[in-house]
Ligand binder design. Sequence first.
Ligand code: SF4
Length: 363
Amino acid sequence: MDLQQRIRLMSRLAGFERDGELNFEDCIFHASTPRGKVPILKLMQTTMCDKNCVYCAFRRDRDETIRMALKPEEVARGFMELYRAGKVKGLFLSSGIFGNPDFTMEKMIDTAKILREKYGFKGYVHLKLMPGASLQSVEEAVKVADRVSINLETSKEERLRRIAKGKSILKDMLQKIEYVDRFIRERKGKSQITQMMVGVDEEKDEEIIKVVEFLNRRFKLSRVYFSAFFPVKGTPLESKNPENPWREHRLYQVDFLVREYGFGMDDFKKILRDGNLPLEKDPKTAWAEANPHLFPIEINTADYETLIRVPGIGKETAKEILRRRQEKRISSPSDLRGIRNLTKILKFTLLNGKSFYQRSLIA
Ligand code: SF4
């Protein structure tokens, strides 16, 4: 089987299941970054895996999965062709765990080393760390990559045992996150992220938020990613209903509020229903509505920390309000002209002691 055929098969297996001819270009996805969407080549080094995670298309017992492996040189060369053609800006390399996790990591690290040393590629490389890999492998990966990730998958050890036997949150994943954290704090331009699945094992948002809060307080993680469960044919969970994608969206909003706005588990307790976030409302608005004693706030005197807790007011808007306050006292909505989400902001604020909230304007 030639390289193109192997790439085609791996692309399909990596979740890019499409009909017709496929090549490396079919593995390009557009990652959201602060500078906009960036095209990234997303590949698996191998689709072979010794693990049997119940939700995964690459699990050992799934007969439908075609098992393939790409050599480090093949991935590096294919990537560089796309990079030179201006079609991708970075590489995200993942893998099934085949044999010793360190063996798998070695192949991935070799790929990154070829890119760096042979092709002189200085751009973005993201390597997924394999559960069970040694700390030495982890360190090697961090040295050659800009970003590494190890997926926590779920909120509790017993849940992980049920869905991904052989993996351990405490003994394996958190240990690696901590190790990477120490390593990258001393090095500029390095980052790590993790991912949790949502809706695989009936876990509640409350559990997930506790983990998110812990991770953000303890480590310098760039992001916690969430992935709403979607059943894969040929796995033990093939008949389970897919998770509502809004749940994933609400958890992203919570992670953002925890990381950037100083919110914590205590803030969200009041809005949880049976342990889950409301889906119909963003968590900041739900929090504000659940705390009527804190609102409305006077926009002319509230400090920055109070302003950024107002639904509709983000960090930039809070700074703009503080700037306008220095010019004149804000006493009518026209003094806030050009401010985004103004209708929403007026619901939770007073302008010079007066409310300008018109209930009919708020959806
Ligand atoms: S270890 Fe990774 S690739 Fe292997 S079955 Fe589990 S989730 Fe899938």
